[in-house]
Design a protein around this ligand. Structure first.
Ligand code: ASP
Ligand code: MG
Length: 467
């Protein structure tokens, strides 16, 4: 059995939904398929916008967003060319979901407050709607299909907006909900992105989380493979908008794929690899707009023969914060104090570097968090600054992280040298460096303006262009 997940652009309109139904129907001939879908393209963004306008008591913009959401779904439904009774039945289901959504938004509007729990209750509607459109299209393609809300079998923690699956409980529940359908040759069409707590409260796994749903389900059902259908041919050596010679990679290890997705290759949610790796289920990235392309296969198998970086990912709009002072040298607890203060503010740290002189600690945060992080640290270290133990808390803006990823780099000398000479030759200054001891990722902080030059020079240095 294969779990196939289709993302927002893959089901972006009636025509795309029909293309998905065709893909499912053709694979279904050889083995059972469990379908996982995300919301239609743009829908989750629109839901976020409606929820925020509701909380700010902006009724006009809330209604405008709702209207657009309705139009998007109604246009898709009428484009499916269903028979009248089928179309009528689908419209009724959709209307009920919209009524629930409107009630939720009205409650937020009245209270004027949007808790993470209320936001999840609103955001889950994108997937609660899309499953029904996809189910009807699959039925129209001649298969039996049934729409399922994963909240009844994917159990999660109660971290709303970033809930994590409870795999053992989910496994039992999912098997019970889905296996009988497969026995009757019914194709289950499951909501991605959502789950529920053991009290039955709806949760979401975080934006882009339906990839994660697919491997969670793959884990629960013991799937042979999980296929993620998206709008590109697979994971590429670099962003093709930045590097002309970038091309699709045929194979990646779970770790390589995770590193790349953490570092800005937007193909997969970073946690997608976790459940798959636990049961060694291969993940295949496929293009629903180009189903013939072989895609990228992600599995345990590592090709370490290349001895070089395999792909380059970048994240922009970052700031570097440096805490510096001779009073930090040999004093335990400084790092704990820095990162404790940052964590207490809920600021995410993407990169850390400390030289062995211990004279300074540098770390990278999103540009939006930069000023706040500096303020917090200045307050936190006020006594040390007064005593001249800490000299500065410095902010550097308009930066990017560039990560070179590849299992083949491990235990192979000269990789960093190659990267540095490539950058040196193209005149790109390196502001900070970090390499995890896994050695499958070397990350550099550079000026954002240098990103294109830097990525291209490393891509060339490692001969990553298609042979
Ligand atoms: N619909 C959700 C989002 O837009 C989940 C997903 O697409 O994977 O974030
Ligand atoms: Mg996605």
């Amino acid at each position: 059995m294969i779990v196939m997940k289709f993302g927002g652009t893959s089901i972006g309109n009636a025509q795309r939904i029909q293309a998905v139904a065709k893909i499912v129907a053709s694979w279904q001939k050889t083995r059972p398929v469990v379908v996982v879908v995300s919301a239609m393209n743009k829908v989750t963004d629109l839901l976020v916008a409606s929820a925020e306008s509701a909380a700010k008591k902006k009724r006009t913009s809330m209604n405008r967003n709702l209207k657009q959401l309705r139009r998007l779904h109604l246009e898709a439904i009428s484009g499916l060319g269903l028979t009248k009774p089928h179309e009528q039945a689908l419209l009724e289901v959709i209307n009920v979901k919209f009524e629930e959504l409107e009630q939720l938004l009205s409650s937020v509007y009245i209270i004027g407050e949007l808790s993470p729990r209320a936001l999840d209750a609103i955001l889950c509607h994108g997937e609660r709607l899309s499953i029904h459109l996809v189910t009807e299209a699959i039925r129209q393609a001649g298969l039996k299909a049934e729409a399922l809300e994963a909240s009844s079998f994917i159990r999660t923690t109660d971290q709303f907006g970033a809930a994590r699956p409870l795999l053992e409980e989910s496994e039992k529940l999912a098997k019970k909900a889905i296996m009988p359908l497969l026995k009757r040759s019914v194709t289950p069409v499951v909501t991605g992105y959502i789950g529920s707590t053991s009290d039955g409260i709806i949760t979401t796994l975080g934006r882009g989380g339906s990839d994660y749903s697919a491997t969670i389900l793959g884990y629960c059902l013991g799937a042979e493979e999980v296929w993620i259908w998206t709008d590109v041919d697979g994971v590429m050596t670099a962003d093709p908008a930045v590097v002309k010679q970038a091309h699709t990679l045929r194979r990646l290890s779970y770790n390589e794929a995770a590193e790349l997705s953490y570092f800005g290759a937007k193909v997969l949610h970073p946690l997608t690899m976790v459940p798959a790796a636990l049961k060694q289920i291969p993940i295949l990235i496929k293009n629903s707009f180009n189903p013939k392309a072989p895609g990228t296969k992600i599995s345990e198998q590592i090709s370490r023969n290349s001895h070089s970086g395999k792909a380059i990912a970048t994240i922009g709009d970052l700031s570097l914060i440096t805490v510096q002072g001779k009073g930090m040298i040999g004093v335990p607890g400084v790092a704990a104090k820095v990162f404790g203060a940052i964590a207490a503010q809920n600021i995410n740290v993407l990169f850390i570097s400390q030289a062995s002189s211990e004279y300074n600690i540098s770390f990278v945060v999103a540009a939006d968090d930069g000023q706040r992080a500096v303020r917090i640290l200045q307050e936190t270290f006020e006594p040390e600054v007064k005593l001249k133990l800490i000299e500065t808390v410095r902010l550097e803006e308009k930066l990017a992280i560039l990560a070179v990823v590849g299992e083949g780099m491990r235990g192979h000398p000269g990789i960093a040298g190659k990267i540095f000479s490539a950058l040196g030759n193209s005149g790109v200054n390196i502001i900070a460096i970090a390499q995890g001891s896994s050695e499958r990722n070397i990350s550099l902080v550079i000026k954002q303006a240098n990103t294109k030059k830097a990525v291209n020079s490393i891509h060339q240095e490692f001969h990553l262009a298609k042979p």
